[in-house]
Design a protein around this ligand. Structure first.
Ligand SMILES: Nc1ncnc2c1ncn2[C@@H]1O[C@H](COP(=O)(O)OP(=O)(O)OP(=O)(O)O)[C@@H](O)[C@H]1O
Ligand SMILES: [Mg+2]
Length: 265
C-alpha cells in the first residue's frame, strides 16, 4: 500500500437482508494522509453506509458480501470485535450531524470529553480533565476551562458541533469521518466549522467529509469521491472535479450547486 494511503476501500459490495438488489456496488476509493476526502452524492447514494462500514457499525441487517477496507495494513471487514473496538473511537473516529442529540444533557461538556478520553486511554481523571480542556481549545472554543464546566444546553448549535469534533479528535485518531457535520447549522456557523476543518487539515488531520454540499467541498477538501445509487461514479482531486469533471452525474451535481449559488447570491 502506498505510504500515504490511510484507508483503502476496494470492491465493497453489500445489501440489506430481504432485498433483491445490492445497496453498495463495488465501492472503492483511497483516503490519503493529511488530506480531506469528500464523499458527495444525492441522498440515499450510500455515503453514510460506506462510512459506517469502515467503523464496523453498519446496521445489523446490512450484509457485506465482498470487498476490502484496509486501514493502515489492517483489514477491517470481518475483523474480530476486539480489533474493531481497539480502532473505533481511538484510531478512527466518527462525528455525526446533530451534535445536540449526541451530547448527554446531564453531564458537563468537559466530563463527557474526559470520559471519551479515559475510555480509550485509561488516563487518570486529572489527566483526562486537562485533555478535555485542550480538546476544546483545539476546536477554537474561547475560554475552554470555563466552558468545560458547562452543560450542553449552554452551548449554541455551532459550538455543540465543535464539541463533537473535539470528542472525535480527543484521542488523536489517524482518521476522522465527519458525516454531514454542518447540516442543520446556519450558513455563517457552517462556514466557521468548515474553516476549522480546513485549519485542522493544515495541521495534518486526515478526514473523510460526507456531505451533499458541493460548496463546502470546493473550499475545504483535497480529494472528492462522487457516489450515486451505491456506486462510485468518479474520484479525483477537488481541482480536477471542479474544473474537469468527466462523469455526467458529477457535472449535473456541479451545475445544480452552481444554480443554487446563483439563487442565493
Ligand atoms: N437500516 C436500513 N435498512 C434498509 N435500508 C437502509 C438502511 N439504512 C440505509 N438504508 C438504505 O441504504 C441506502 C444508502 O443509505 P445511506 O444512509 O448510506 O445514504 P446517504 O448517501 O448517506 O444519504 P443521505 O445524504 O440522505 O444521508 C439508501 O437507499 C437507504 O435507504
Ligand atoms: Mg447519510
Amino acid at each position: 500500500m502506498d505510504d500515504d494511503v490511510v484507508l483503502r476501500v476496494r470492491e465493497l459490495r453489500g445489501r440489506f437482508d430481504g432485498q433483491e438488489h445490492d445497496t453498495l456496488h463495488d465501492v472503492g476509493f483511497d483516503v490519503r494522509s493529511g488530506r480531506i476526502t469528500a464523499i458527495v452524492g444525492e441522498t440515499g447514494s450510500g455515503k453514510s453506509l460506506t462510512g459506517l462500514c469502515a467503523l464496523g457499525i453498519q446496521p445489523a441487517s446490512f450484509r457485506v458480501l465482498q470487498g476490502s477496507i484496509d486501514f493502515m495494513g489492517v483489514e477491517l471487514l470481518g475483523a474480530p470485535g476486539s480489533v474493531m473496538r481497539s480502532i473505533r473511537g481511538r484510531r478512527i473516529a466518527m462525528v455525526f450531524q446533530d451534535a445536540r442529540t449526541a451530547l448527554n444533557p446531564v453531564f458537563t461538556v468537559g466530563a463527557q470529553l474526559a470520559e471519551a478520553y479515559r475510555a480509550h486511554t485509561g488516563a487518570s481523571p486529572r489527566e483526562a480533565a486537562a485533555e478535555a480542556v485542550s480538546a476544546l481549545e483545539r476546536v477554537r472554543i474561547n475560554d475552554p476551562a470555563r466552558r468545560a464546566k458547562q452543560y450542553p444546553h449552554e452551548f449554541s448549535g455551532g459550538m455543540a458541533q465543535r464539541v463533537m469534533i473535539a470528542m472525535g479528535l480527543i484521542c488523536a485518531p489517524e482518521l476522522v469521518i465527519l458525516d454531514e457535520p454542518t447540516t442543520g447549522l446556519d450558513v455563517t456557523i457552517q462556514a466557521g466549522i468548515m474553516d476549522l476543518l480546513a485549519e485542522l487539515a493544515e495541521g495534518g488531520m486526515t478526514a473523510i467529509l460526507i456531505t451533499h454540499d458541493l460548496g463546502v467541498v470546493a473550499e475545504t477538501c483535497d480529494d472528492v469521491v462522487v457516489m450515486r445509487e451505491g456506486r462510485v461514479v468518479e474520484t479525483g482531486s477537488a481541482k480536477q472535479i471542479f474544473t474537469a469533471a468527466r462523469d455526467e452525474y458529477t457535472i449535473a451535481l456541479l451545475e445544480a450547486s452552481r444554480a443554487i449559488e446563483d439563487v442565493v447570491a
